[in-house]
Unconditional design. Structure first.
Lengths: 274, 361, 288
């Protein structure tokens, strides 16, 4: 009995040690964002701001159009999420419930495309968007991401777990495919769709390289690009950089703490199919 | 009006994409208002036929007629059918009432919400699920789910009801009750019903007529008792009947039927029961266990290996050339394991099949 | 049934159109461009000269060297730590959800934002890390501004960021192991370590193979974390340049898209090769 307790104690020590390493940057970010400039750069470093400098946030908003960044990010993340979810939903339905010639070929093509690294196509996509004259536009920001084979696959596995007799029953009950999708498939897969939506929104929120390529006007920047630009411009004002970082991360962290179960379950389900 | 051939299936064939021929040239018909059982072991093609009747699968060739009109090119929703699935296929996110109303609220012939609810409630009353209206399928027992799925199948007032193994997900006791309920319900509604099952007892008890399938071919299309008394072939004789029929390998030669350890004269057999002339050669002699029992003047010597009690009767088990032979006797018969007995068979109730399974006697 | 066919293609149409324009076309386009020179608006054929250029370019080799170093060190280290942590959470503690939630946080947060935070934690003078190291009387190098340290710095940051995904996936795999295996092992008196090596590890092999390739592929694409740590640069004097950095630089900054695409094709082939190896490995494991 005693031996087991020691094991548990050691386990807790190791886990708490790594938990601190994981959480510390977040805490440091939030607290640092409330410090004065002197406090962020003192030697030895301090962790607790003597009096929280809430004005740092006001300064961030005054020095760079963060409100605009928020709006841009929210719009692009929402639009890509909603449209790609819609497209994936229709595609996954067809792949699961309908029979047609060429289904197998489509499956193979999509499966191979799943392995193509995004970084290999992002630059030529930039070229396409530039030629279409869509640089510095919302359409340019979202266009290549309006469909996602990855999420379509996820939904396909989700829909496959619904008994095929449900679709047959709906056909006999007189429902059209459209009615089946909206009145049966979507309500039955709410959880899966919601998780896909969350993951898509989060990755949209955190996107960096693509918006970096297709935007160079300040008014069209997304949060992360605005943040890096701000970090270079505000170079020495450490506390403002940390405050800006806090602003970027906080909405997603809040979303994460509310929906952590769905998010974690979704990620595990997503990727174990190998 | 085609009352005699309300449902007619002509030369139906189905070959799947992988080349498997599930249905081989099947023809049958169903009388208006009848409850017909499609019976057969799993994989015999009975569900394939039901799916083709429903329009969920399209036949490779052949025709299906409802009330004299071909429906092969008609979509499932326009065939005026109801379908009850083995797993009920209730929509889990809807209440019972919403499930039953669903067929009335989709498609081109949508009804108003009030009207749909009125009709739905009528059928819910008929299937005695009115008090479950606001529950979700997940909260219901198997029997209740079954009733909901029947109500949903009937709510569009279809002309034909298709049921695919509707009882196989229920426990044994419930199955007996629900099958009686189903029979009385469809008779009350007067709907023509095709009922797929692998359970012969279920088919015998519920069906006005039974169509027995094996390997995509109709083995016998007949009234229930005829499967027992007058099987078409070796497969039917062995598929129907519990306990299973006893089979003996025999040779016919010199006017005698000879097995390993018994023989009798061909003249003992009833001349009127021959399907064709009995020529010399190998045959299988089949006899139902209740028609081969121990008797003083028996001709088959046997040693009882085991005695099994089944309610009012007992099954005596014997070895015959390594195969088990059974005899069904009264509970009162004073026999026990190890007894040496002689078995006597009723020659007017035995069957003779060729090795290929064709019935000769 | 024929109606079904047209309908299916209609439902798939949006996906197929977008995929054709933004996934299939760019692959072909990148491949073609790798044989062309000039600026984006004025491309002409040059045969293999872009490939010859990159293979002679020391900066390209530095990028490959850094990327390889990053992949070969950060991936196994992160995986080993992840296995340890996942196993401890799974087998020893009660508040599994708490630890799982905590360790997963980095996965959902912006690498850019956290990278900026790390820049200060790694700061040679007033950074938290060096404060702790000095307190423990350990060497406190200049993580950010010393070119010799920059690859080490991105490796540490890389390990920190990849733990989240690994741990959560491994927890999922551990939960999938039939608990009866452990019950039987207990009946035969197996010790904790025996159970780990004889039951848990063999069961985790497919998951580990999966994580290994996913991590290696991600490592080959490393870009954002370098950008954030070094404030838009690839370390002091490009000391931490990576493959994607090299591509971005040649494409956007230097204006030689052909060279960038040649490097892209090379990166693409490396990643495809790793994926191919993974498929092989998974098949072998699955076929046991």
């Amino acid at each position: 009995m005693k031996k087991i307790r020691w094991g548990v104690l050691v386990a807790y020590i190791i886990l708490i040690f790594f938990a601190i390493i994981t959480v510390f940057p977040f805490i440091y970010m939030i607290l640092g964002g409330l410090m004065t400039f002197r406090e962020t750069t003192t030697i030895p470093p301090t962790l607790w701001p003597k009096s929280p400098q809430w004005s740092n946030f006001a300064k961030v908003f005054a020095q760079a159009p963060f409100a605009r960044y928020f709006l841009n990010t929210f719009i692009t993340a929402s639009v890509t999420t909603l449209v790609s979810l819609f497209n994936s939903l229709l595609g996954a339905f067809a792949m699961v419930n309908l029979h047609f010639k060429g289904k197998h070929a489509i499956q193979i093509v999509f499966l191979s495309l799943l392995m193509v690294p995004g970084e290999a196509i992002i630059f030529t996509n930039y070229n396409t968007i530039a030629q279409m004259g869509l640089l510095n536009t919302y359409i340019g920001l979202v266009l290549p991401f309006l469909t996602s084979i990855f999420y379509m696959y996820y939904l396909q596995s989700y829909f496959s777990s619904i008994s095929t007799t449900i679709y047959k029953a709906a056909m006999i009950d007189g429902a059209s495919d459209w009615e089946y999708i909206w009145r049966i498939l979507v309500p039955m897969s709410k959880g899966g769709l919601f998780t896909v939506g969350l993951l898509s929104f989060i990755s949209g929120w955190n996107s960096f390289l693509w918006p970096l390529l297709v935007t160079n006007e300040d008014s069209m920047r997304l949060l992360n690009n605005g943040l890096t630009a701000f970090a270079s411009d505000a170079g020495s004002e450490t506390e403002l950089q940390l405050a800006a970082a806090t602003l970027t991360v906080l909405p997603i962290l809040i979303l994460y703490f509310i929906f952590r179960k769905q998010i974690i379950r979704g990620v595990v389900r997503n990727d174990l199919k190998g | 009006m085609n009352d005699e051939k309300f449902v007619e299936v002509k030369n139906l064939r189905k070959v799947y994409d992988n080349g498997h021929e599930a249905i081989k040239n099947v023809s049958f018909s169903v009388k208006r208002g009848d409850l017909v059982c499609l019976l057969g072991p799993s994989g015999c093609g009975k569900t394939t036929i039901l799916n083709m009747l429903a329009g969920l699968l399209s036949p490779t060739s052949g025709d299906i007629l409802f009330d004299g009109k071909s429906v092969v090119n008609i979509a499932p929703k326009d065939r005026q059918i109801g379908y009850v699935f083995q797993n009920y296929a209730l929509y889990p996110h809807m209440t019972v009432l919403q499930n039953v109303m669903f067929p009335l609220t989709v498609g081109q012939h949508k009804k108003s919400k009030d009207e749909a609810e009125k009709i739905a409630r009528k059928y819910m009353e008929l299937t005695q699920i009115t008090e479950l209206a606001d529950q979700k399928p997940g909260q219901l027992s198997g029997g209740q789910q079954q009733r909901v799925s029947i109500a949903r199948a009937l709510v569009q007032q279809p002309k034909i009801l298709l049921m695919d193994e509707p009882l196989s997900n229920l426990d044994a006791r419930l199955r007996l009750r629900i099958r009686e309920e189903i029979r009385s319900l469809v008779k009350k509604v007067g709907i023509t019903t095709l009922f797929v099952t692998h359970d012969q007892e279920e088919a015998l008890s519920i069906g006005d007529k039974i169509i027995l399938f094996h390997q995509g071919v109709i083995q016998q299309d007949d009234l229930g008792q005829n499967f027992y008394l007058n099987p078409n072939n070796y497969f039917v004789a062995n598929f129907v009947g519990n306990p299973v029929i006893d089979n003996f390998k025999v040779k016919v030669a010199d006017g005698k039927v000879t097995a390993a350890n018994f023989s009798f004269d061909v003249s003992e057999l009833d001349k009127n029961r021959f399907k064709r002339d009995l020529t010399d050669g190998d045959y299988v002699l089949s006899v139902r266990p209740e028609n081969i029992v121990p008797a003083a003047d028996g001709i088959v010597p046997a040693e009882i290996k085991d005695v099994e009690l089944i309610g009012r009767e007992r099954i005596l088990k014997f070895d015959h050339e390594g195969q088990q032979v059974r005899s069904l006797v009264d509970l009162e018969q004073p026999v026990k394991s190890g007894d040496q007995v002689k078995l006597k068979m009723r020659y007017d109730r035995v069957f003779l099949f060729t090795p290929e399974g064709e019935r000769v006697y | 049934m024929k109606k079904n066919q047209t309908k299916a293609w209609l439902f798939l149409a949006p996906t197929i159109i977008f995929v054709t324009f933004f996934s299939i076309y760019p692959i072909i386009r990148a491949f073609i461009m790798s044989f062309q020179s000039g600026s984006l608006i004025n491309l002409s054929w040059t045969g293999f000269s872009n490939y010859q250029y990159i293979f002679k370019d020391p900066e390209f080799w530095l990028a490959i060297r850094n990327t390889l170093l990053y992949a070969l060190i950060s991936v196994p280290v992160a995986l080993a730590i992840s296995i340890l942590l996942a196993w401890l959470i799974f087998s020893k503690v009660k508040n599994k959800a708490f630890f799982e939630t905590t360790f997963f946080m980095p996965y959902v947060t912006s690498t850019i934002a956290i990278g900026i935070v790390f820049r200060y934690i790694f700061n040679g003078e007033y950074g938290m890390l060096n404060f702790v190291l000095r307190a423990l009387h350990l060497p406190a190098p200049n993580w950010i501004d010393d070119p010799a340290m920059s690859v080490t710095t991105i490796i540490i940051f890389g390990v920190w960021t990849s733990l989240a995904f690994n741990i959560v996936i491994l927890m999922g795999a551990l939960r999938n192991i039939d608990p009866n295996y452990y019950t039987i092992a207990d009946m035969y008196g197996a010790s904790g370590t025996e159970k780990f090596w004889r039951i848990t590890m063999p069961q985790l092999v497919p998951t580990l193979a999966f994580l290994l390739t996913m991590n290696i592929i991600a490592a080959f694409k490393v870009y954002t974390s370098v950008y954030a740590l070094f404030n838009g640069q690839a370390g002091v004097g490009n000391s931490a340049t990576t493959a994607v950095f090299y591509i971005y630089n040649k494409f956007q900054m230097v204006g030689t898209p052909g060279v960038a695409m040649a490097a892209t094709v090379v990166l693409f082939i490396i990643i495809m090769f790793v994926t191919f190896l993974q498929r092989k490995m998974m098949k072998k494991i699955g076929g046991r």
